[in-house]
Design a protein around this ligand. Structure first.
Ligand code: DC
Length: 229
């Protein structure tokens, strides 16, 4: 069993891809972005994070009591994110959370707490984790690192469709602005910015179906495994 890191830009299908490969290999899948979203949701609920700013003193207190986890989705084959035991999968996908998650996740104490939890989850290997800094910071020794990218307009269209399906009323322009803003903040923050690891393999899925991405992955995986000692 190996460790697989999947990093890349917002809304370029990392979760769909990472979930599918985990299922194929019978590995654990962890959505690290959901963990940052959970912290953001808790901060919004407590009035600690808002568009006017983030109260870092109260955030430090809040972080002490936060436990983010995942439970099996009994109605599907995926996992649901939990915050101190409460299922919050739906609540963390709103545009309000998306609008504040990048500034919240740029705060060093938030990153160190989440990174520590993620590294504990990966101790056993046999894991696929997606995010922004998985191949660079969380699992720098991962045997396979994939860096995903796609055209911003295509990413916004995909995200809009997903949000429409969930009944969220947003425009393409709003979604595109959020994606571009998150790319900018995620890529320019001081701690663990979004970067392609030097040993990562790039997957641009702008014009690839999920099936085509799986074929691409099968070849890469075989090649990586064949070179392992
Ligand atoms: O993957 P996502 O869009 O759900 O992630 C939400 C935000 O969380 C993203 O804008 C940046 C942050 N994030 C991060 O800083 N590091 C990670 N490993 C994963 C996500």
């Amino acid at each position: 069993m190996i460790t697989i890191a999947v990093d890349g830009y917002s809304s370029c299908g990392k979760s769909t891809f990472a979930k599918a490969i985990a299922k194929r290999l019978n590995y654990i899948y962890i959505d690290s972005g959901a963990m940052y979203r959970a912290v953001t949701l808790a901060s919004i609920r407590e009035g600690i994070a808002a568009s006017s700013g983030i109260d870092e003193v109260r955030l430090a207190e809040l972080l002490k009591d936060i436990k983010v986890g995942f439970v099996k989705d009994v109605s599907g084959d995926g996992w649901l994110t939990t915050l101190n035991g409460e299922v919050i999968e739906r609540e963390i996908r709103t545009l309000e959370v998306s609008g504040l998650v990048s500034p919240v996740s740029a705060i060093p104490m938030v990153r160190s707490k989440m990174t520590q939890q993620q590294q504990e989850m990966g101790e056993q290997k046999g894991i696929v984790m997606d995010g922004r800094d998985i191949g660079t910071v969380v699992f720098p020794k991962a045997e396979l690192k994939i860096f995903m990218t796609a055209d911003p307009i295509i990413r916004a269209q995909r995200r809009l469709k997903e949000m429409d399906g969930k009944g969220e009323k947003v425009t393409l322009k709003e979604v595109l602005m959020n994606i571009e803003e998150r790319d900018r903040i995620d890529g320019s923050r001081d701690v663990a910015p979004l970067r392609q690891a030097v040993d990562a393999i790039v997957l641009d899925n702008s014009h690839l179906t999920v099936e085509e991405q799986m074929n691409w992955f099968d070849n890469i995986y075989k090649e990586v495994v064949s070179k392992l000692p």
